[in-house]
Design a protein around this ligand. Structure first.
Ligand SMILES: Cc1cc2nc3c(=O)[nH]c(=O)nc-3n(C[C@H](O)[C@H](O)[C@H](O)COP(=O)(O)OP(=O)(O)OC[C@H]3O[C@@H](n4cnc5c(N)ncnc54)[C@H](O)[C@@H]3O)c2cc1C
Length: 404
């Protein structure tokens, strides 16, 4: 491969953050080399095809109209997928009930008593008007305990927060993140992507001026004009930069995908008082062969929790899926869904490091733990594009930079 000997920018890490950064730089006509230590690029956004099923690295949903979608649009990436209806069941007290997804299902569900329903409805009715950042220094537990008094409404709100944040540490996660994610979910929903999240990765690649070197881990900070460190979590970045970051803990989940040939009875089931989720992602996205279905299930792990594959398998029975009949089962025992969450004690999103906080003038950082915009992939994409913008400003000899 012919690599430029003096690239404008070197990016370390070929996940969404690194690729968004590289795409922004390449689109501006600058030469960029991306080094990725794995043989394939995409990081946590890779998808693999097994027996005709397209498998993401655990269940993945892209928030509609969020910072990630906006960033991708600016980079010329088209979103192709379907919008799942949150129509299904919520399991509470060992029983499956109609999942409340709007006013009618909230009124109709047997999961809540009439007084419970009034409490939940009163929170959801005003949620859209909340200023999420005003709750940055409150934990999710504190916010929910102030918002509702009864047990079931509290459990239900915690379940909705787990669903929309992938975090099961409500005693640490900033309520700003939870409120922001719930607002996006309720206003616009999510996409499940045709051909998996690999479709995003593939569209970010193959640009003029962008060179990918895969299978090459970078052990020392490259000596280049401008460098972007997008190595996933803060640990790998700290090692390369020889510094520490004051950041929140990771959020970890255990996932199992089931390929089945019988249509699930319910496309969506959420644990209301247990930390489980399962959803038929192929109901709206091209992820399974003809007449087959891909059901992705997850256990949201709290501090000290161990993955429990038997409990995940039992949970999918609630959707009418028989794990023993699956034609494909893929387990991802322990996955880091969020490398470092925005905590209340650090002041929420504003407490995360900025893309310029590398300790070097010509080095910028990106990932789901960087910048004050978004959570999960939204944060990776927004900070990646912002780091690309900062690198361009640096090359132009300007000190300032602008987020996308
Ligand atoms: C189970 C699960 C479910 C998720 N679900 C969702 C979801 O529904 N919605 C959502 O928005 N987000 C979701 N996410 C999060 C989303 O996948 C990530 O936020 C995003 O993909 C992270 O991108 P990144 O580039 O920041 O990091 P990564 O994807 O981790 O990429 C970093 C890359 O850097 C490479 N690298 C590391 N060190 C080096 C080195 N020294 N040299 C060269 N390369 C290096 C790594 O190999 C990796 O490819 C989920 C994640 C998981 C695990």
């Amino acid at each position: 491969m012919n690599l430029p000997s003096d690239p404008d920018v070197v990016v370390v890490g070929g996940g969404l953050a690194g690729l968004a950064a590289a795409a922004r730089v390449a689109n501006a006509g600058k030469q960029v080399i991306v080094y990725e230590k794995r043989s394939d690029v995409g990081g946590q956004a890779r998808s693999t095809v097994n027996d005709g099923f397209t498998l993401n690295q655990g269940p993945h949903a892209l928030y509609r109209r969020g910072p990630g979608e906006r960033t991708l649009a600016k980079l010329g990436v088209r979103i192709r997928g379907g919008r799942p209806a949150v129509k299904g069941r919520i399991v509470m007290g060992g029983e499956a009930h109609l999942a409340p997804a709007g006013t009618i299902t909230l009124l109709g569900t047997s999961a809540l008593s009439p007084r419970d329903k009034i409490e939940v409805a009163s929170v959801l009715a005003i949620l859209a008007r909340f200023t999420a950042s005003a709750h940055a220094s409150q934990t999710v537990d504190e916010w929910i305990n102030r918002s509702v008094k009864r047990e079931r409404p509290s459990q239900m709100l915690h379940a909705l927060v787990r669903l929309s944040t992938y975090v099961n540490q409500p005693d640490q996660l900033s309520a700003e993140v939870a409120i922001g994610q719930l607002q996006m979910a309720l206003a616009s929903g999510v996409y499940y992507l045709h051909d998996g999240w690999q479709s995003l990765v593939d569209q970010l690649l193959n640009r003029p001026n962008m060179h990918i070197v895969s299978g090459e881990g970078i052990e020392e900070l490259p000596d280049a004009r401008t460098v972007i460190v997008a190595t996933g979590g803060p640990g790998a970045a700290a090692r390369l930069l020889d510094r520490t970051f004051d950041v929140g803990p990771a959020a970890v989940a255990s996932c199992i995908d089931f390929g089945v040939t019988t249509a699930p009875e319910h496309n969506f089931v959420l644990g209301g008082d247990t930390p489980f989720y399962c959803s038929n992602h192929s109901a709206v996205a091209k992820l399974a062969p003809e007449s087959s279905h891909l059901v992705s299930a997850m256990q949201y792990l709290a501090d000290g929790d161990e993955p429990d594959p038997d409990a995940i398998s039992d949970f999918v029975r609630r959707a009418g899926v028989t794990p023993e009949d699956a034609v494909l089962t893929r387990r991802l025992h322990r996955m880091t869904a969020v490398t470092s969450m925005a905590t209340a004690s650090r002041g929420g999103l504003a407490g995360r490091p900025a893309v310029t906080d590398s300790g070097h003038d010509n080095v910028f950082i990106a990932g789901d733990w960087v910048g004050d915009v978004g959570h999960l992939a939204d944060a990776s994409l927004a900070s990646g594009a912002a780091a690309g913008g900062a690198a361009l400003e640096h090359l132009a000899g300007r000190k300032t930079w602008s987020a996308t």
